[in-house]
Design a protein around this ligand. Structure first.
Ligand code: IVH
Length: 628
C-alpha cells in the first residue's frame, strides 16, 4: 500500500481531518491503481471510543469513474437507478419488529462503531417504522450535516467541510452536542431486499419511503447508459441547489437479482459505481495578496479575488501557500486567475490566464517585516515558508491561544476565535492571571460569561499531560505525538532533559519532529516555567496516567471490569475518570449493555441510567467511584 495514500486516508477516515482535497486524493488513488489494479485501498478503522459492532453483510465502498468513457467500460447490463452520492458518513440501522435498536458506522467495513445513542438524537431518524415489518430489518444510508447547519456551526472554521462536521459530531461522546448541532439522515439501501418482496432498487427506495425512512428526492430510473449520462449532466448544476453536499452520482443496476449474480470485489460492488464530477473552475480577478500570520509565525499569502460562485458558495479567498508557489504559478496582482473548488473543499488558484495580461500586473514580493507587528521576516533554510521572528507578535499569540484553548488542548470552553481576537496577551499563559475586571473590560463580556470563563480556565489546569503538550502547538506535534511523548517521558521536565537523538528514536517520532520539540523547548523555557508556577499539569498524575500505576498490583475492583459513565462528574473530566479505570486494568465503554459491570452516574444522568437499571447493571455515585 502506498504510504502517502495511507496517511491521507487515515487523516480523512480516522481523524476527520483531511489534509488534501477529495479531488487530489482521487487523483493519487487513480495513479496508484494504474500500476496496482488489485491492491486494496485504505479504509477507516473503528475507534475505541465506541463499542464495536460486526456487520453481518459487509459495508462496501464504491469504485469511482471520472468520465463517460470509464462509465461505459464499467457496465455491460442496462436498466439503472441514478442517485446523488451524498457526502456524509455511511451508517447501518437495525430495526427489530419495527423498533430502532442499533445504529453503527461503517468502520473498516466489517467492524463498525455502535453510535446508537447519538443516532437517537437525530430528528429525521424514525425510532419506529411505519407499517412495521416483523423481525429484523437492516437499512443503510448516510448521516449528513446540511449546509445551513454547517455554516451556523462552523463560524470558528473547526471543520473543513460538512462531511467532517457530520463525522466529528456523530462520534461525539456527549449526545447533547449531537442534538444541538443537528444531523440528518438519508437512506438508500435495504439489506436483503428480496426477503421483503422487493426486486429492484427503485422498489427498494419506495419501500424505504413507505416505511417512514427519509430518502433523497434526486433519483431517477434510467433505462440506458445514455439516460444515466443525461441524469449526470443535468445534476451537475442542479446539485448546487440541494441543501446538502454531494460528491457525484451513484449509478446502480436496478435489477436486484443481477446484484447477486455479478457480486463484488473485496472492497466494492460490481453492480454500482460512483461518477465523480470534475472540480468546478471559474475565472476571477486577483485583487490583492494578503498575508496571514499563523501560530508558529509562518506568513501564508492569501489570494483575494473578485467573488465567484463555486460549488454552491461564494468564494473570494484562497491560500497561495508560500512565495515559491506564487513564483511557480507566476501569479501577479491584477491577473485573471482560474479558481477551483471541488464540492465543498477548500478553494485553490489553479493558474493564471497570461494572455489576458495588460502589463499593469504587479509581482508579489514577500515583505521583510511582519505586516502585523513589524518584526523581522526570515526564510528558514530548507523550508518554503517565511516566518515572523517576533515570538510576541500579537497575531501569533492570538493564533497560538486559539489552539491552546481548543478541545484537544486545554479545552477551555467559551474561549474560541472571537474572544481570542479581543484579547491582548503576550503569552498564552497570561489568561491564567486575568482577574474578573480584566475580562469585563472586553467588548460584550458580561459578568456571567466572565465567571464561567475563569472557572473553565481554572479547570483547564488539570488537563492530562498530553493535552497540555498538544496545546503548546509545537510544530509537528499533535495529540497523538503528544501521547507518545507522555508515555515515554511522563513529565515535561524529563522531556526537556531528553536529547534530540533520544526523542528521535521513539517509534512514531522522526528526526524532524525531534528537532522541532527540542528547539521549541529551548526557546520557550519561560513558558514552561510559567506552566509549573501556575499549577498546570506538567507530569503524569495518579488519576490521569495509565503508566503511573504500572508495576503496581492492579486494583481488583477495576481489573477486567467494564465501566460506562453518564452525566457530569464534578471532580474530574470523563477522560480523567476513564484513565483511572484503564490505569487499574478496567475497560471503558460508551454504551450500556448486559456486559457492563458498572455505570458511574454523575449529575443529570439521563437515559443510560434508566437503561442500566432495566438491565440490572450496578450504578455507582461519583463518590463511590472515587472511593473504589
Ligand atoms: S450505494 C455497497 N448510494 O459512498 C455500497 N452509496 O464512496 C453501496 N454513498 O460507502 C453504496 N451516497 O457511504 C450508495 N446514493 C448512494 C450513496 C452512497 C453516498 C456513500 C456510501 C459509500 C460511499 C462510497
Amino acid at each position: 500500500m502506498d504510504k502517502l495514500i495511507q496517511h491521507y486516508a487515515d487523516m480523512y477516515y480516522n481523524h476527520d481531518n483531511p489534509e488534501i482535497s477529495d479531488a487530489e486524493y482521487d487523483a493519487l488513488v487513480r495513479n496508484f491503481r494504474t500500476d496496482h489494479p488489485d491492491a486494496d485501498l485504505p479504509i477507516g478503522q473503528p475507534s475505541s471510543l465506541f463499542s464495536k459492532v460486526k456487520h453481518e453483510t459487509p459495508m462496501l465502498s464504491l469504485d469511482n469513474v471520472f468520465d463517460f468513457d470509464e462509465l461505459r467500460g464499467f457496465f455491460s447490463d442496462s436498466g439503472f437507478v441514478c442517485e446523488m452520492k451524498i457526502d456524509g458518513l455511511a451508517i447501518s440501522l437495525i430495526y427489530e419488529d419495527g423498533v430502532f435498536v442499533r445504529g453503527a458506522t461503517r468502520g473498516n467495513g466489517h467492524i463498525g462503531e455502535d453510535v446508537t445513542e447519538n443516532l437517537l438524537c437525530l430528528d429525521s431518524l424514525p425510532k419506529r417504522l411505519k407499517n412495521a415489518p416483523a423481525g429484523r430489518v437492516e437499512v443503510r444510508g448516510e448521516v449528513l450535516m446540511t449546509f445551513e447547519r454547517f455554516n451556523r456551526l462552523n463560524q470558528g472554521q473547526t471543520f473543513a467541510n460538512p462531511r467532517n462536521a457530520a463525522a466529528g459530531t456523530l462520534r461525539q461522546k456527549n449526545s447533547a452536542i449531537v442534538k444541538e448541532r443537528g444531523l440528518d439522515i438519508l437512506l438508500y439501501y435495504l439489506v436483503d431486499a428480496p426477503k421483503f418482496g422487493v426486486r429492484t432498487q427503485k422498489e427498494a427506495l419506495r419501500w424505504l419511503a413507505e416505511h417512514g425512512l427519509p430518502t433523497q428526492e434526486a433519483f431517477s430510473f434510467c433505462p440506458t447508459l445514455q439516460d444515466a449520462e443525461d441524469f449526470i449532466s443535468s445534476w451537475s448544476t442542479k446539485k448546487l441547489s440541494l441543501p446538502y453536499a454531494t460528491d457525484g452520482v451513484v449509478i446502480k443496476l436496478d435489477d436486484l437479482t443481477r446484484w447477486e449474480s455479478i457480486g463484488a470485489t473485496s472492497h466494492a460492488p460490481r453492480w454500482a459505481v460512483a461518477f465523480k464530477y470534475p472540480p468546478e473552475e471559474r475565472e476571477s480577478r486577483l485583487v490583492k495578496i494578503e498575508l496571514s500570520v499563523g501560530r508558529t509565525g509562518i506568513l501564508t499569502p492569501v489570494a483575494v479575488f473578485d467573488p465567484v460562485l463555486l460549488a454552491g458558495t461564494v468564494v473570494q479567498r484562497a491560500s497561495l501557500h508560500n512565495a515559491d508557489e506564487i513564483e511557480r504559478k507566476d501569479i501577479r496582482i491584477g491577473d485573471v486567475v482560474l479558481v477551483r473548488k471541488a464540492a465543498e473543499i477548500i478553494p485553490e488558484v489553479v493558474g493564471v490566464d497570461k494572455g489576458a495580461r495588460t502589463g499593469e500586473e504587479r509581482p508579489f514580493v514577500m515583505p521583510e517585516h511582519c505586516p502585523v507587528c513589524g518584526g523581522a521576516v526570515v526564510r528558514v533554510e530548507g523550508e518554503a515558508a517565511h516566518r515572523c521572528t517576533n515570538r510576541s507578535c500579537p497575531a501569533q499569540v492570538r493564533e497560538a491561544l486559539k489552539y491552546f484553548a481548543s478541545r484537544d488542548g486545554m479545552d477551555i470552553r467559551g474561549l474560541g476565535a472571537s474572544l481570542a481576537e479581543k484579547l491582548n496577551v503576550k503569552s498564552v499563559t497570561d489568561i491564567y492571571r486575568m482577574g474578573l475586571e480584566d475580562w469585563l473590560k472586553l467588548d460584550k463580556v458580561k459578568e456571567k460569561t466572565a465567571k464561567n470563563l475563569m472557572d473553565q480556565i481554572e479547570k483547564s489546569k488539570s488537563r492530562p499531560l498530553e493535552n497540555v503538550i498538544n496545546a503548546l502547538g509545537i510544530p509537528g506535534v499533535g495529540k497523538s505525538v503528544a501521547g507518545v511523548l507522555v508515555e515515554r517521558f511522563k513529565s515535561i521536565d524529563a522531556l526537556v532533559k531528553a536529547s534530540e537523538e533520544e526523542i528521535g528514536e521513539i517509534e512514531g517520532i522522526g528526526p524532524v519532529v525531534a528537532r522541532s520539540v527540542c528547539e521549541y523547548l529551548t526557546e520557550n523555557q519561560e513558558l514552561i516555567d510559567d506552566l509549573k508556577e501556575l499549577g498546570i499539569t506538567t507530569c503524569v498524575s495518579e488519576a490521569a496516567g495509565s503508566e503511573a500505576v504500572a508495576g503496581e498490583a492492579q486494583n481488583p475492583f477495576f481489573a477486567g471490569k467494564t465501566f460506562v459513565f453518564t452525566g457530569t462528574l464534578s471532580s474530574m473530566t470523563r477522560d480523567e475518570a476513564a484513565a483511572r479505570v484503564k490505569a487499574h486494568g478496567g475497560k471503558v465503554s460508551s454504551s450500556i449493555s448486559a456486559k457492563t459491570d458498572y455505570l458511574v452516574a454523575g449529575d443529570k444522568a439521563g437515559s443510560k441510567l434508566k437503561k442500566a437499571e432495566s438491565l440490572g447493571v450496578k450504578v455507582l455515585t461519583e463518590q463511590e467511584f472515587l472511593g473504589a
